[in-house]
Every structure is written in structure tokens, then in C-alpha cells.
Design a protein around this ligand. Sequence first.
Ligand code: FDM
Length: 211
Amino acid sequence: GQHSSSRGSLIVFEGLDRSGKTSQCGKLLSYLKGEGLSVEAWRFPDRSTGVGQMISSYLANQSNLDDRAIHLLFSANRWEKRALMENKLQSGITLIVDRYSYSGVAFSAAKGLDIEWCKAPEAGLIAPDLVIYLDVLPEKAAERGGYGTERYEQLEFQKRVAEHYKTLHDDSWEVIDGCLSMEAVQQQLRELATNCVKTCQRGKPLVSLWS
Ligand code: FDM
């Protein structure tokens, strides 16, 4: 059973734009709440902070920033939430997070920045217990109602992002075929998340990312 001292899980969703992340996160959140779990949905970028507003304006093409400067702002946006994230996890709350450091690296590397340079500022953030990668071909994602007008929502760029994501897979990753039906994907996610939550409740330690 769940002990008051047991920690929550850090579950991260990654994937291209229009891979279905946001819908699946929402459904998983409702399901886990229904199971009586303490759970919150987060997303990065967190556009509610000062740093987040700079990022939001950049993404909307309302401002221009050097590629390295925006990379570091995305990272700072995670660092400013790190302590709160750790407190929530230690107090038993599971976090379902729509994008994290892997988006940070894959999107910046797709512009031609060096991968190791991109990873460096992420080292020391909390490592996810589970990364769910919703795998959809860039061409298929583009067909899904089309992209919006934000800066990175272009097929050629998304193809490069997909290539970089592939180099980031580690033991915490589960690749799910995002072209299956909404229900079939959700069924797999529920099982993965439930197992992950149990493992963390049993005392799996929190560790740092890439350090
Ligand atoms: N993005 C997101 C990055 O380039 N770096 C990051 O660190 C993060 C978290 O921002 F195109 C990109 C990915 C996406 C855009 O994301 C906004 P949402 O999920 O559409 O809000």
C-alpha cells in the first residue's frame, strides 16, 4: 500500500509537436486521480514565470534571441521549478510533465548546437522515473490538423528534432507507437505509469539527470 513517507513519481512525456502528448497527459492524469493517487500535471516551458514569458514571446516570433541564449532560458525555466518539483515528489505527489530536458536538447540540437553543450545546463535537474516517448513520424504529425504558427512548427525542423530525440533514449524511456488509437495508447500508458508509481513507492531513490 501507499505509505505517507513514500515518494511520488516523475513521469515525463516527450515527442514531436502534435504527437498526442498533451491529450494523453490529460487522460492519464484523470485516470491516476480516479485511482486515488495524488498527482499533478506540469508542463515545460512553464509560461507563467518571468523567464517563461520571455520564452513564450520567442516562440510566438514576437522576439528574437540568440540560439544559445534561448536554450539557457528553457533550462533556467526548469531550474526555477526544481526545488518545488523535489518537494512535491518527496511529499508523495506524482508529477506528469509535458516536455522536459530532452525537448531542451533535441530542439536546440536541431538548430545545429552541440549536443554535449546542450546537455550541460540540464545536469543536476531531477531525473525522470519514466519517459514516455510518443513516436509519430514527422510527416504523420504534420497531417494531424496541421501545425500552428509557433516558431518550431515546421516539417523540416521537426524531422531534425526526431533524429536528435533518438540519440537521447536511455533505460527510463518507453517508446509508444503514437499512431495507435487514443485508447490503445492510453491503455499502455496506464500500465507503465502504475508500475512506475509502485516502484517509486517501494523506495526507488530520486537521482540527478546527466551528472
Ligand atoms: N521546447 C520546449 C524547446 O525548444 N526547449 C525546451 O526545453 C522545451 C521544454 O518549445 F516546440 C520547444 C518545443 C515546442 C515549444 O512547447 C513549445 P509546447 O509543448 O508546444 O508548449
